[in-house]
Every structure is written in structure tokens, then in C-alpha cells.
Write a protein that binds this ligand. Structure first.
Ligand code: IVH
Length: 672
């Protein structure tokens, strides 16, 4: 293809795919199959790869993210991001309506909107391009998270051509659909990461991630609900009109937003959504009621915290009474025992609830639970319902108190409870079936050793047959071909696939192996940090708790858990078996190209937030110029590169040891 043809093909594909994204994510009316979309996207990506000079920053291929952003910059809001006062019943809403009527008389309208349960965000568009995305923060200033916002498919990076103003700010709510939340949270549990309690926390945690390619993997959505710009009120007379315009510029405005002229209409809207909200694919926690006309909004004005022209009506978390039939105790792969309440099935928030979490023994004691108690179950934003109380009037005669077991419900080993921890553990790591099976299942999982051809059920079957009792046994399975062949429904092909998958897993990098070991609190991200900081398992085994805690983002609790794990002779023996099988226990470092040796024999610690470079970039510069990075401040250290928001204790320690404290600019000067 001629270059001119390539350019026009890229432009045509970009426009077409952006249109499809709009139809899919904003209008929810796709007009192309996913397959065709992916084909076109692949074609565009290939053309862009061959002609990087033609890459348009607004290309739909850029919606997949990939940049590591710096620590977020703090940005002041041009218009403060206020909150709303809340009402919880009809009376409070009537009072609000009367206050408004006193000022405006009867000639006004309300706009009723759903109150999305996510996190609010402010987006700035200049000449139709998204230039800034800022979190609410404290209402006056927030974090700039533009790169992350750009991964949200329903937020246009560039507006469709039209009559949008040159500069405006638009506010809305970033949230995660329940289905995505449940799927991703399940994955987190499988990976040993701590699950998020509800979609709102998941969305908030995601928007604050440093790595936007990770953000892109977690589908977020965004509804826009408020427009700000200098001469807005000349252009639009009402909030409703602005929402219609905003919709036509390509933004996702919720289709349930409704104009109401009287309070009874508002109340009808509220009561309709009280039930209907359970059928939405996302969580709402109430309704927002806004006076429609801008001039009237100005007349009403603001209090210090919130506008007088808007209010929220919050739904109560739904509760239901049911009977506690029994409590069962589940043993996880780490040995943690979790009590679960089995309930007489009851309808709650549109679903049938049969089980509720009880967290730990303290919770059971706090509720003073007895067998066959009538309990009050609540389903708030959390996916798993919880027991919030007991109706003691309905307690059966001679009630039997729920007694927390002293022994593991599976292997009968006495349970232990560490000081300061609420959770009971079964310490029989090597003999307790759910722990053994769970650990192996974790080890083979996609984000760990990624053993294709082997699933959770296979692990269970092989465990029952005595072929698998610890992860090291996986690598001896090939010696048991005939036993494998005797297993029902385990054909020759599946056996070969599994054995090949196991062999191939030996290529998994160190961080995956480390994650696969299933050390308590060591999720994927922490495993990666440990691997990069300590380079190999021997360094990590020799490191002290303090050395481990000196790694960025690794706290005392994680450090202690790692140290404890690697001090246990049983674990060390398991590691040595895996090492003999040639698994990767060291990172493969890229050949380092030194740009200079200006920093030779000098050691550095980087701490804080910097204006021009990210910490990763500064580390790279130091190493490329022959310098050495240390993990903590000690007398051996030559320079502390200090940015903003650095911990005062680090600074004090460096000062005490007389270590040179330099800025990022001073570091750059040293290598120029
Ligand atoms: S309007 C001054 N509209 O609720 C206007 N807020 O307590 C304030 N929220 O921080 C915002 N859905 O995060 C507005 N349809 C909606 C909303 C909404 C959810 C959140 C928003 C805000 C909080 C107010």
C-alpha cells in the first residue's frame, strides 16, 4: 500500500472503530459483531505498528493503556467538588421541597437522577480532547489520573465532531458493573489477593493504580452528570438541556434521568427505583434530585458544603429476617478457617440468600449467636450478605450457643490463633486436605505457573489417588504414566497435554514462581516487587524482615509473613525440590548498557514523589550511569534523592547519618 493509502485507511478505521465503541459502550447498541470489531482493531494495530509515525493518540488501540504513570500529581479543582446533603425519608424530602418553594415559588422543575455508587471524577476537555481527569480528593484538590481515565471505554478521549465548547469540565461517576466485579474478584481470590468488598471499592482501587495497563484490564464505566464552563448559563438555560447536549457530544449520560415537576412525581421516581435498582447491572445507593433551571440554582446558592438546589435520597440497605440453620467452617489454602452461616433461604435485594459471612470467632461472639436463632441479614453494597443482628424475642427454648471449633473441621488438628489476629488457623499445612489441594491449585493457576491442561478438579483427583501431595510432586508425575492412564476419563491426549504443560511451566519467570508458592499476603504485585528487589531466592531467604520491609509498598505485616515462610525448613525443602527441577528462582536481567560511569561507586536511595521523573525512571538513570541502588538508609549510603511527600523518619535518619540529600535536578546534573 502507498503511504497515502495507509494514512487514509488508518483514519477510516480509527473513525469507524471509535464510532463502534461509542455505539457499544455509550448507546449499548452495537452494530458490529465482536469478532468483526476485533479483526478491524487488529488490522489497525498492524498498520500502526508498521507506520508508527501515523499513530493517532486518539486511536482506539490506545484504549488498552500501557504507560506507567508517575505518582499522581495533585491538582486544584477550578470549581470545588461539593458533596450533597442526604435525606433518608419522605419527611426530610418534603422539608427540602418546602425550603425551595419558599425561595422560588411553585414555578420550577426537578431533574431526578440515579445516585451511582462509585467515585466522582472531573474531566476537562480542550478543543474536544480529554486533557485532564481528576479525582474528587478532598473536594478542593484531587489526584490527576488522566492516563487511567483514558482506558475507560465509555469516556471519549476525543469528542465526535460537533458543537462542543472549546473548554469545559464535566463531572460524573466512575463505577464497575456488578458482573465484572464478581468475575474479577473471584480471580483475585484464586490468586491469593485480598478481594474487594464491593464494586465501589474495586473501582476506587483501580483508578488509583499506577500501572494503567492493569487499569485497562478492569472494565470501568462512567456516567456523566454535571457540566461546568465559564459561560455555560448563556449556552444552556437548564441542567436538563446541558445533559442532552453532553449526550450528543458523545458522553454516557444515564438514560433513566427524568424531569419531574412536582414532589409526588419525585416520590414516585424514588419508590420505583427502590425495587427496580436490583435489576440494574450496577449499584446505586439512592436518587439525586436537582433543581433544573440554572438561574434558579444560583438564586438558591450553596451552604459551605453542598448546594441548596440539590439533595440526595439514600436507600436503606435492605434487611430480612431468616433462620440460622447451621454454621459451617471452611478451610482455605493458607489454613485460615472462615465461618459461614447457612440460612433458611430468604429473598433480599432481588436475590435468594442462603449463606452469610461471619468473618471470625469475634463476630460470632459479638452477635451471641445460638442455633436456630432468627437473624437479621443485610445486603448493602457488599456482594456477600452479612448478619447484622439477632431477634432475641424469637429465640428457641434452651438455645444452644454456637461454639467455635477448637479443632480443624477437616483434619482435627487443634486450631491456633496468633496474637492480635482474629482468624483461627489450622497449622497442619502438610496434612490438611483442603490446604494441600488449595496450595497446588493456586500453584498451577493462570497467574502463577499457568499449567495448561490441568484444572482444579484434576488436582483433586490426583490428590485422592495419592499422586500429588505437594507442589514438587507435579514435576514427578511423568514417572507415573501407567497410574495416570488408569484414572477414569483421563485419556492419553489429556495426560500428554498436562505433562507438557507441567514441563513448560519451568519457563515461568521468578516472580510467578514466588507468587505460586502461596505465601500469605504475597499477591502478584508484591511477588513482582520482591523478585525485582532481591533478584533471586537466596537473597530473599537471607534478607531480614527489615530488609524486606524496606522495599517500596511492602509493609511490616507482609515482610514478617515472607520471613516466617522462608524460615520454615519444610518450605525451604520444597523450594530446593523445585530448584532441582530447574524452576526459575532468579530474575533474568537484561544486559545492562551503561551510558556512563559517572556514578560509579556511589550509592542511592530514592524516596518521595518527583516533578519530572518517576521513581522507576530515576532508578534506571542511576543504574545506567554506574550507580548502585540501596533498599534502605544506612551509613553505607552516599545520596538520598528526596522528592515531595517523603516520610519524615527517612529524612531524619538520613540527616542523622550525615547523608547528602539531593533533589532530582541535582541528580540529573551529576550525570550530565
Ligand atoms: S451531583 C454539586 N449526581 O454523590 C453536585 N452526584 O454526595 C454534586 N453521585 O460526590 C454531584 N450520582 O460522587 C451528582 N447523579 C449524580 C450522582 C452523584 C452519584 C455522587 C457523587 C458525589 C456524591 C454527592
Amino acid at each position: 500500500m502507498e503511504k497515502g493509502d495507509v494514512a487514509s485507511r488508518i483514519a477510516a478505521l480509527t473513525k469507524e472503530l471509535n464510532d463502534h465503541n461509542y455505539k457499544y459502550y455509550v448507546l449499548a447498541q452495537p452494530s458490529i459483531s465482536d469478532f468483526d470489531f476485533d479483526q478491524k482493531l487488529a488490522e489497525l494495530a498492524a498498520l500502526e505498528k508498521a507506520h508508527p509515525e501515523l499513530l493517532d493518540p486518539d486511536s482506539p488501540t490506545q484504549k488498552v493503556g500501557g504507560d506507567i504513570t508517575k505518582q499522581f500529581k495533585t491538582v486544584r479543582h477550578k470549581w470545588p467538588m461539593l458533596s450533597l446533603s442526604n435525606t433518608y425519608n419522605e419527611k426530610e424530602l418534603k422539608d427540602f421541597d418546602e425550603r425551595i418553594r419558599k425561595v422560588l415559588g411553585d414555578d420550577f422543575e426537578y431533574v431526578c437522577e440515579l445516585k451511582f455508587d462509585g467515585l466522582s471524577i472531573s474531566l476537562t476537555y480542550e478543543q474536544g480532547a480529554l486533557t485532564k481527569g481528576v479525582t474528587r480528593g478532598d473536594g478542593t484538590q484531587g489526584d490527576e489520573v488522566t492516563t487511567n481515565i483514558k482506558t475507560i471505554k465509555s469516556v471519549p478521549n476525543r469528542l465526535k465532531s460537533g458543537t462542543y465548547p472549546d473548554l469545559f469540565e464535566i463531572r460524573g461517576e466512575v463505577f464497575m458493573h456488578r458482573a465484572a466485579f464478581e468475575r474479577l474478584n473471584k480471580e483475585r481470590v484464586e490468586n491469593g489477593d485480598i478481594p474487594y468488598a464491593n464494586p465501589r471499592n474495586f473501582a476506587a482501587g483501580t483508578i488509583k493504580l499506577q500501572d494503567s495497563s492493569e487499569v485497562a484490564k478492569r472494565p470501568l464505566d462512567c456516567f456523566l452528570y454535571f457540566l461546568y464552563m465559564d459561560d455555560r448559563d448563556r449556552l444552556f438555560k437548564t441542567h436538563w438541556d446541558s445533559l442532552q447536549a453532553v449526550k450528543s457530544w458523545g458522553f454516557h449520560v444515564c438514560e433513566h434521568t427524568t424531569l419531574c415537576s412536582t414532589l409526588p412525581e419525585v416520590l414516585a421516581f424514588i419508590s420505583y427505583w427502590e425495587n427496580a435498582r436490583h435489576k440494574l447491572s450496577y449499584d446505586i445507593d439512592g436518587i439525586v434530585i436537582k433543581v433544573n433551571n440554572y438561574a434558579q440554582q444560583h438564586e438558591l446558592g450553596f451552604t459551605a458544603k453542598s448546594p441548596r438546589w440539590a439533595i440526595s435520597y439514600k436507600y436503606k440497605a435492605e434487611e430480612a429476617e431468616t433462620i440460622l440453620q447451621s454454621v459451617s467452617y471452611q478451610v482455605g489454602r493458607t489454613g485460615a478457617v472462615t465461618p459461614v452461616a447457612n440460612l433458611q433461604p430468604v429473598q433480599l435485594s432481588g436475590t435468594t440468600v442462603k449463606r452469610a459471612t461471619l468473618h471470625n470467632a469475634n463476630e460470632i461472639a459479638r452477635l451471641d449467636l445460638h442455633e436456630l436463632d432468627t437473624v437479621l441479614v443485610e445486603k448493602g453494597g457488599e456482594i456477600i450478605p452479612k448478619i447484622v443482628g439477632v431477634n432475641k424475642d424469637k429465640r428457641v427454648p434452651e438455645p444452644v450457643q454456637i461454639a467455635y471449633p477448637t479443632e480443624c473441621p477437616v483434619c482435627n488438628t487443634p486450631l491456633i490463633r496468633k496474637e492480635g489476629e482474629a482468624v483461627h488457623y489450622c497449622p497442619n499445612e502438610l496434612g490438611c486436605p483442603p490446604q494441600i489441594v488449595g496450595k497446588i491449585q493456586h500453584f498451577i493457576s493462570r497467574k502463577a505457573m499457568d499449567i495448561a491442561g490441568m484444572g482444579n478438579e484434576t488436582v483433586e483427583v490426583l490428590y485422592k489417588k495419592g499422586l500429588l501431595t505437594q507442589v514438587g510432586d507435579l514435576y514427578h508425575l511423568h514417572r507415573h504414566q501407567s497410574e495416570l492412564e488408569q484414572i477414569e476419563r483421563f485419556g492419553e491426549r489429556s495426560i500428554q497435554n498436562m505433562l507438557q504443560g507441567i514441563e513448560k511451566s519451568k519457563e515461568q519467570p521468578f516472580q510467578k514462581v514466588l507468587f505460586g508458592l502461596g505465601i500469605r499476603y504475597v499477591g502478584e504485585t508484591i511477588a513482582k516487587k520482591l523478585a525485582n528487589s532481591f533478584k533471586n531466592i537466596d537473597n530473599l531467604i537471607q534478607a531480614s524482615t527489615e530488609d524486606i520491609a524496606a522495599v517500596e509498598e511492602i509493609g511490616e505485616r507482609i515482610a514478617q509473613s515472607v520471613k516466617e515462610y522462608l524460615s520454615n525448613p519444610l518450605h525451604l525443602q520444597q523450594i530446593s525440590v523445585l530448584k532441582n527441577e530447574q524452576l526459575q528462582f532468579a530474575i533474568v536481567e537484561e544486559e545492562l548498557q551503561l551510558t556512563s560511569s559517572k556514578l560509579a561507586d556511589k550509592s542511592f536511595v530514592i524516596s518521595g514523589v518527583f516533578e519530572h521523573y518517576s521513581r522507576e525512571e530515576l532508578s534506571k538513570l542511576i543504574v545506567e550511569n554506574g550507580g548502585k541502588l540501596l533498599s534502605g538508609i544506612s551509613a553505607k549510603l552516599n545520596y538520598l534523592v528526596a522528592g515531595d511527600k517523603m516520610g519524615p523518619s527517612k529524612l531524619a535518619k538520613a540527616q542523622k547519618l550525615n547523608i547528602a540529600i539531593i533533589s532530582e535536578d541535582e541528580l540529573i546534573k551529576m550525570i550530565q
